[in-house]
Ligand binder design. Structure first.
Ligand SMILES: [Zn+2]
Length: 109
């Protein structure tokens, strides 16, 4: 992978991390407003479950992004964590924080 691609990937990952952090902040604010006014509503409880699930998946994505940024620093970015092969460029383009190559990712399903 070229230096330029590395720099682009880092910028992409950093931007994505900021976006997710903003989203988490927004969801956090929503959650506080649930607590104040609607604590006894069953519907709100269901919505909170959805928000919790969303927050959980956003946090997982953030962990992946941090790991990808660490790997950029370590020089191991773009290698599959399972088989050690290079992850296809097209896959990294679509999922810059991908930890696994296409073959390993499909095996895990
Ligand atoms: Zn693999």
């Amino acid at each position: 992978m070229t230096e330029t691609t590395h720099a682009n990937r880092r910028a992409q990952l950093t931007a994505e991390r900021e976006r997710l952090n903003d989203e988490l902040t927004t969801l956090g604010i929503d959650r506080n407003s649930y607590d104040e006014g609607f604590a006894d509503s069953g519907q709100v409880t269901a919505e909170r479950g959805e928000v919790d699930a969303l927050v959980g998946s956003l946090r997982e994505t953030l962990v992946d992004i941090d790991a990808a940024l660490d790997k950029l620093d370590a020089g191991t970015y773009g290698q599959c964590e399972s088989c050690g092969q290079d992850i296809a460029e097209a896959r990294l383009e679509a999922m810059p924080a991908a930890r696994l190559c296409m073959a390993c990712a499909s095996k895990r399903r």
